[in-house]
Design a protein around this ligand. Structure first.
Ligand SMILES: C=Cc1c2[nH]c(c1C)Cc1[nH]c(c(CCC(=O)O)c1C)Cc1[nH]c(c(C)c1CCC(=O)O)Cc1[nH]c(c(C)c1C=C)C2
Ligand SMILES: C[C@H]1O[C@@H](n2cnc3c(N)ncnc32)[C@H](O)[C@@H]1O
Ligand code: SF4
Length: 454
């Protein structure tokens, strides 16, 4: 089928009109309830099995510059004093966690995200790392990943992170074109990014991810081609390519984006396709809806063996069943549900200073929720819903999906195939993945104002 024909068909099925979640969790964070908070958090932390290692996520909600396109929970600061005081609050939260968690719990993974963790000077990097390691002993195969802003990092910071054990890194790039950068309020020279990558490799980083965004103002095929060349010349192991989510009603700073120069539906679709082709030609394997990885990278191996998972950071090969989120707006995932810390930094600080943890919203999972969460995760990771595996895990409950499966087939026809064993999304149907996943979402709010599906 020609490109135009495929796009028309997908458009008629709602590709450009649908507003659906990205399913980094199910249920998604917007439907968490304020009735599930501190009490649930304390109970679920205390109930963790100390023999099973956890993942730990720490959120640093500060940046030196605020990029206009960005929908992350973060605030701009020109001074280090709120950052230093925030590290003190994280230390206090970690001490509260130590009082609540079972003794002997270890971490298999540590991730620092944001915002911009590399806003921390070396002394604060060491302080925070020490506070985490005081509470969580490390497993022998412990991994430590950090989100790096190439324009706000230097050799001393990289050396400090490496000394604390950082072995993976993710750098923000978004786009290298000067006109695009100007239109998103983000200046980032290629040379500075290259120097950062060289420093990271010299410091022993074996897995390097680069974040890119398509659908930004002024992006054209020619400018994108140049960005893609530059990104590939940095030799990342993984690439995340996100579709620009324009949600100025959520992220107020996006009001600075000139909507008249945003690529339209067809142009966005073409930019995504052009990028995927360039990555494939460079030897990258496509992973899920928005990631690419070299065949030897752990993410590609996990995808090939059916062990890819989805969490708040996107796709992962992380197998730890629990994730403890620390810091403002961080979400913890427990075997029985989710709890999110107070989202605004001042509110988060108030909770911790009052001497208790900061859980403010959440969701406790029923068996039905757990079954649907796994079904949606399978669709997002494998483009397939393995009915046999689900039935093996959840028994008769899985029959509750039959009506949804019929609806998917009725709506998407030969873009999917359904057998007793599994539902599969065809290559051509893949752009519809989030929309198909949403048909299994029993918590989808009627008035949802999510970002677009394409
Ligand atoms: C690094 C930044 C983050 C990205 N996702 C998250 C973070 C911290 C996780 C996250 N994103 C949203 C929520 C919900 C509630 C909240 O606390 O704000 C959480 C926990 C919402 C959200 N994120 C994006 C949008 C458009 C929204 C609003 C609702 C929706 O449309 O789903 C956009 C977005 N954020 C990130 C990416 C990669 C991305 C879009 C591709 C990173
Ligand atoms: C953590 C990563 O999330 C991506 N990111 C941040 N904000 C948005 C948005 N509005 N739309 C798409 N991607 C976004 C950037 O690529 C960043 O590096
Ligand atoms: S893209 Fe990174 S540096 Fe820019 S505002 Fe978002 S978190 Fe901060």
């Amino acid at each position: 089928m020609g490109v135009m024909k495929q796009i028309d068909r997908l458009a008629a099925l709602g590709l450009f009109d649908s507003r659906v979640p990205r399913y980094t969790s199910y249920p998604t964070a917007p439907v968490f309830s304020p009735n599930i908070g501190l009490t649930s958090q304390q109970r679920q932390l205390a109930a963790l099995d100390p023999k099973v290692p956890v993942s730990v996520y720490i959120h640093i909600p500060f940046c030196e510059r605020l990029c206009w396109f960005c929908a992350c929970r973060t605030q701009g600061t020109q001074s280090l004093s709120p950052v230093e005081s925030y590290i003190g609050t994280l230390e206090a939260e970690l001490a509260l966690l130590a009082d609540t968690l079972p003794k002997g719990l270890r971490m298999g993974r540590l991730h620092w995200g944001g915002g911009t963790p590399t806003i921390l000077p070396p002394a604060l990097i060491h302080r925070l790392a020490r506070a985490v390691k005081d509470v969580f002993a490390q497993t022998p195969d412990w991994e430590f990943s950090v989100e790096i802003d190439p324009t706000l990092v230097d050799r001393d910071k990289i050396a400090a992170l490496a000394a604390e054990g950082m072995n993976r890194a993710s750098i923000g790039i978004q786009d290298f074109d000067p006109l695009v950068q100007k239109a998103i309020g983000r200046q980032q020279p290629y040379e500075a990014t290259l120097a950062c990558v060289e420093d990271l490799r010299a410091a022993g980083i074996t897995s390097l991810n680069a974040d890119l965004v398509y659908g930004l103002p002024h992006q054209t095929p020619a400018r994108m081609a140049d960005t893609l060349d530059k990104v590939l010349s940095l030799k990342p192991d993984r690439i995340a390519l996100f579709g620009y989510a324009h949600v100025p009603w959520v992220a107020k700073r996006q009001k600075l984006i000139d909507e008249t120069v945003l690529p339209d539906d067809q142009a966005r679709f073409a930019l995504a396709g052009q990028s995927a082709t360039a990555f494939a030609e460079a030897g990258f394997q496509a992973i899920g809806i928005d990631h690419f990885a070299l065949p030897d990278d752990g993410l590609a191996k996990a995808a090939r063996s059916g062990h890819l998972r989805r969490n708040f950071q996107g796709y992962t090969e992380d197998i730890c069943p629990a994730l403890i989120g620390i810091g403002a707006s961080s979400i913890s995932r427990f075997p029985g549900g989710y709890v999110q810390n107070a989202a605004a930094t001042p509110a988060y600080i108030k909770h911790i200073e009052a001497g208790h943890l900061a859980g403010a919203r959440g969701h406790e999972m029923t068996q039905e929720d757990l079954m649907r969460a796994r079904a949606i995760e399978m669709i997002m990771c494998d483009f397939a819903l393995d009915r046999e595996a689900l039935t093996h895990q959840f028994g008769a409950l899985t029959a509750g999906l039959d009506a949804d499966l019929d609806q998917v087939v009725a709506r998407f026809g030969d873009l999917v195939s359904l057998t007793d064993a599994k539902l599969e999304i065809t290559e051509e149907g893949r752009p519809m993945t989030r929309i198909i996943a949403s048909l299994f979402d029993a918590h989808m709010p009627a008035d949802a104002k999510f970002s677009r599906a394409s």
